[in-house]
Design a protein around this ligand. Structure first.
Ligand code: CA
Ligand code: CA
Length: 585
């Protein structure tokens, strides 16, 4: 059928051409076009300085020759989707200005400087202490340049050159830049879910600056002189080499994580208000809630070598100084966006926090105070995300679901106690059924008890210490480190306490240490695997079930993240549980 139609059209065309050749003057026309083949995204410019994206251009792209004579073209790889945590990326800001961001893995480091570091600032300001950052983030490869600042804000407070770091920036200017950048990247569909642009916290800044080093400079070298020091030359613009002016970014040696100009050139604002450091280990520090002066690091082009150190800490009020610039971070937003609230009755809700899949070391190191031999350390990978109760299940919640309250210690917002493993599982089954009926149960998920691995992973929240505060025990029975995180025998708890009064862990979970022991799904088996495992669920069968976290009735070493208790299917006044919303097994 199609073939026939084509044939007829062809014959008709031939007839017409023959007829017209006799009737009209022949004409000719030239149209010369430039063919551009490219990969990535095409940009055009008339001056080679200001570039605009050629919207919708695909390769090959044709430009009329007259137009092409006045045009310059270039192409570049461009992100058209959110970056993946773990990967470095470059995004394209308005007017074709690039912004490069490097991924930084979570980890633990020593923040501050050792007492004997040459050039050290007032001692208490640089007090060395252990910091654990539980979440990875991105940080700018360079300080924000004048071109980047103009691209996002429209104008720049300094005018040393497009590729120079912007300075005379106040803390408010810098945070405003981050907010605008977040809007731009969100509108372009390039903002990773759960992340936003922000100033790095002081800990994020210093962790990234040190890149694993503990010395004054990120090259692994210390200063030999506090004023003019040859070791500074290779990494930073400072008073000894800058001619008292800023320099284009990226000319000095980067650190091991590919970051440039962390030291010198311009000093960089951080998120935190100032407070003196203490020697205590901390997890995900963000500084005090209020204050008048903000922190920052790295020194500037007019500073002596003593201020060009990773541990150098400078504090100032919210003003645009000659020395003040910044670099952006792309950080996970507080976990509140990832929590869900389940209405159990008109007045009682159940809150659960989302737990991201990941890998951790389960068990305890052999030198952990108060440990037991059934805690052999081994690597565990959890491949599926799940939600875990923010609090132990309360009596009000238990009653709303089960219609009864078996607790020995009575109080609506006390954790339910006297519950056996089977009681806890019955609660989960009823909740699954009612949530399913309400159409709120995520596909492939059910309410259940967490596996022992899910419990410990969530309890640790990125920490590797005995407690999820980043601290170890100073005494296996009674110690101050326990007081801030849990109700236990050592603070004379004597009974269960209202849930949620102690300090939560980095993932927003309360009372993982102490108050009531929490049933886990697994049968107990004394020996852990000795090699790496994925999504472990414990032995097929057994005599006892696992309980975790210690209770008001126990000493500190029973409340450690790694401690494993086990018991037959029975309820006691210090046994409770916490629910998980986890993939159906
Ligand atoms: Ca700098
Ligand atoms: Ca508990």
């Amino acid at each position: 059928m199609f073939a026939n139609q084509k044939l007829w059209a062809g014959l008709l065309g031939l007839a017409l051409t023959a007829a017209m050749a006799q009737a009209a003057e022949p004409t000719i026309d030239y149209a010369i076009k430039m063919e551009i083949t490219f990969t990535g995204v095409l940009y055009q410019s008339t001056d080679g300085v200001n570039w605009t994206k050629v919207e919708g251009a695909v390769s090959p792209y044709y430009v009329p020759m007259d137009d092409a004579r006045k045009m310059l073209f270039c192409s570049k790889d461009e992100l058209d989707h959110p970056p993946t945590p773990g990967d470095d990326f470059t995004t394209s800001l308005p007017r074709g200005v690039d912004l490069g961001m490097n991924w930084i893995n979570p980890g633990t480091f020593m923040m501050g400087s050792p007492d004997d570091e040459l050039g050290r600032n007032i001692a208490e300001n640089e007090q060395q202490h252990q910091v654990t950052l539980t979440q990875g983030y991105w940080i700018g490869k360079y300080p924000v340049t004048e071109a980047q600042y103009k691209s996002v804000i429209g104008s720049s407070p300094s005018s040393d050159g497009d590729d120079h770091p912007v300075h005379y920036v106040s803390w408010s200017n810098a945070t405003n830049f981050c907010a605008k950048l977040t809007e731009i990247e969100r509108a372009a569909g390039r903002l990773p879910k759960g992340y936003e642009y922000s100033l790095p916290t002081e800990a994020q800044w210093q962790y990234a600056c040190r890149a694993g080093t503990t010395t004054a400079l990120y090259t692994g070298k210390n200063l030999t002189d506090a004023y003019i020091c040859p070791n500074v030359d290779e990494v930073a613009w400072y008073v000894g080499n800058s001619n008292n002016q800023s320099h284009p970014v990226g000319q000095k040696k980067p650190n091991a994580w590919g970051l440039y100009d962390m030291l010198g050139n311009v000093w960089e604002w951080c998120w935190d208000y100032f407070e003196p450091f203490t020697a205590d280990p901390v997890v995900d520090p963000k500084g005090p809630a209020t204050g008048t002066r903000h922190t920052g690091g790295g020194g500037f082009y007019g500073d002596p070598a003593s201020r060009i150190r990773s541990g150098y800490r400078y504090v100032d009020s919210d003003y645009g100084f000659v020395f003040s610039g910044f670099r952006v971070a792309l950080v996970a937003v507080a976990s509140s966006v990832n929590s869900i609230t389940v209405p159990l009755s008109d007045s009682v809700n159940l809150e659960l926090n989302w737990i991201e899949p990941g890998t951790f070391m389960m068990g305890s190191p052999e030198d952990e105070l108060g440990r037991y031999s059934n805690e052999t350390q081994h690597q565990v990978t959890l491949t599926k995300d799940y939600w875990l109760g923010k609090y132990e299940v309360t009596q009000a919640q238990y009653e709303a679901v089960m219609g009864t309250n078996p607790s020995y210690w009575k109080g609506a917002n006390l954790p339910v106690d006297m519950v056996s493993w089977s009681d806890a599982m019955d609660f989960c089954a009823k909740l699954t059924a009612s949530e399913k009926a309400a159409g709120r149960l995520p596909n492939g998920y059910e309410y259940t008890l967490p596996t022992e691995a899910q419990w410990e992973y969530a309890c640790r929240a990125g920490t590797t210490t005995a407690l999820n505060s980043g601290k170890n025990l100073s005494d296996k029975d009674r110690c101050p480190e326990m007081n801030e995180v849990g109700w236990y025998d050592g603070n004379f708890a004597l009974k269960t306490h209202l849930v949620g009064q102690m300090k939560p862990n980095a993932w927003g979970l309360y009372d993982m240490h102490g108050n009531v022991f929490e049933w886990c799904l697994d049968w107990y088996e004394e020996n852990y695997p000795t090699s790496a495992v994925t999504d472990p669920t414990g032995p097929e069968t057994g005599e006892y079930r696992v309980l975790r976290g210690g209770s008001y009735y126990d000493y500190a070493n029973y409340c450690r993240s790694a401690y494993r208790y086990f018991y037959a299917d029975a309820g006691w006044a210090h046994f409770g549980f916490r629910v998980a919303l986890a993939p159906v097994k």
